[in-house]
Write a protein that binds this ligand. Structure first.
Ligand code: XMP
Length: 434
């Protein structure tokens, strides 16, 4: 193991993730564990240099305060207790509010008391993970649903580095992907990284199931359910798979609620595979925050376009082609989205605007084209900024850019004669329209 680590034990602190990030910002790897970490679990972890007992407002569970197991106080490692007055180790009543004071406090603990080395970086992380993956997987085989999104792409690249041909990636094209996405997955993983890639073109199958279905929830259920079925069919064709790779990342785990926290939201990633298909999970990104996942992808040599990409919903363009999906409108969403992305890229907005895409509603309006009446669809532009996707504000797009995007969409996208800009913040408008 290359990296030292500082453990954060969750005693109901609400800032566990912020503390972990602050320690990592000092260059020292840190991980969050439940308060009842056992002596055996602790003994099995290499390079632990110190432990932070992070108490807080959720420390009282069912009327009584939770406490760490007694072995923690006698394990010999430097301890720092927060919101946790105790004679058994150094304690403070709360984290400092000021960033500089917080940094100074952590610096003192991590470097002076624990003697940790600032050796947390992506190269070391990858080296440690590759060793851990080889130890976990041995000579066995792993299956991965590779959507082409950031998380599954980075998991794939990491597994290819660790176990190469023992990994099989399945890319299900549900026909609702953005322009060029399936091609990029095939190019990067199938050709450049030489992965075992099973490419399933299930576009017709999905569009068939979705034909005439206009209710948004029903559409989502069909897409999600069908995705599992296609993936399962492919999995059954493969022999001797023991492991399932997953792109679980740290916020998924932290937000799923620990033993002390009120559950923020339960999180499902792939899930839903039938009971008789039993796989052990491989989740090599489960200790990384999103920006760290991107850094890991870059360090593994994935193209910037792939690791920097904006969030994209699982049901894909299906929730942006409003109402019952038709092929003409689906193509209009795909083409207009490609134009929007191209123009945002030229304008230097990639990475500056959180999410931007187009929507095509199921209505037409009268217009004029080549001196003749036309009756065509509008394209709606949505561009929003947010921190956590729970609330969002709209991006104030430049009018010159808007004019250029509009001009391109009305001339290059068949069947579209108008462009609209959605001015609605969240709330009341969700980011997606369905
Ligand atoms: P809403 O529309 O709820 O979206 O404001 C918030 C964020 O979540 C994304 N989103 C999804 N992501 N599967 C996903 O992985 C989904 O089914 C899904 N639906 C919405 C949306 O794009 C936005 O970033």
């Amino acid at each position: 193991m290359k990296q030292d680590r500082i453990l954060i034990l969750d005693l109901g602190g609400t800032e566990n993730a912020a503390v972990a990030r602050a320690v990592r910002a000092l260059g020292v790897y840190s991980e969050i564990y439940p308060h009842d970490l056992t002596a055996a679990e602790l003994a099995a972890m290499p390079n632990v240099k110190g432990i932070i007992l992070n108490g807080g407002e959720n420390r009282v569970v069912d009327g009584s305060a939770i406490e760490v197991s007694p072995h923690i106080y006698t394990c010999g490692l430097p301890l720092l207790a927060v919101d946790h007055p105790t004679a058994r180790c150094e304690a403070i009543s709360a984290w400092p509010q000021e960033e500089a004071a917080m940094e100074a406090l952590l610096r003192g603990f991590v470097f002076d008391r624990c003697g940790a080395q600032a050796n947390w970086n992506m190269e070391n992380f990858i080296e440690d993970q590759v060793a851990a993956l080889r130890a976990q997987i041995g000579g066995k085989k792993v299956l991965l649903a590779l959507s082409g999104g950031v998380d599954s792409s980075v998991v794939a690249a990491l597994l290819i580095r660790a176990i190469g041909a023992q990994l099989t990636c399945v890319h299900v094209n549900h026909g609702l992907l953005r322009k060029g996405e399936a091609e990029q997955v095939i190019e990067v993983f199938g050709k450049q990284l030489n992965a075992n890639l099973v490419y399933v073109d299930a576009a017709e199958r999905f569009l068939g199931k979705l034909a005439g279905v206009s209710d948004p929830e029903q559409k989502r259920k069909i897409i999600g359910g069908e995705f599992i079925r296609v993936f399962e069919e492919e999995a059954r064709k493969l022999d001797g798979i023991d492991f399932l790779g997953q792109g679980t990342i740290y916020p998924d785990i932290v937000e799923s609620g620990t033993k002390t926290a009120k559950i923020v939201k339960s999180h499902h990633n792939v899930g839903g595979l039938p009971e008789d298909m039993k796989f052990e999970l491989v989740e090599p990104l489960k200790y990384l925050f999103k920006d760290e996942v991107r850094a890991c992808g870059r360090a593994l040599g994935l193209p910037a376009q792939m690791v920097e990409r904006q969030p994209f919903p699982g049901p894909g363009l299906g929730v942006r082609c409003l109402g019952a999906i038709t092929r003409d409108r689906l193509e209009a969403v795909r083409e207009s989205d490609a134009i929007l992305r191209e123009e945002f890229k030229s304008a230097g907005l990639v990475g500056k605007v959180w999410q931007y895409f187009t929507i095509v509603p199921d209505l037409k309006s009268v217009g004029v084209r080549n001196n003749a009446r036309c009756f065509e669809y509008p394209v709606i532009i949505r561009a929003v900024n947010t921190v956590d996707a729970m609330t969002a504000t709209i991006e104030h797009l430049d009018w010159v850019l808007m004019d250029r995007i509009t001009d391109r969409i009305i001339h290059e996208v068949p069947g579209v004669n108008r462009v609209l800009y959605d001015l609605t913040p969240k709330p009341t408008g969700t980011i997606e329209w369905e």
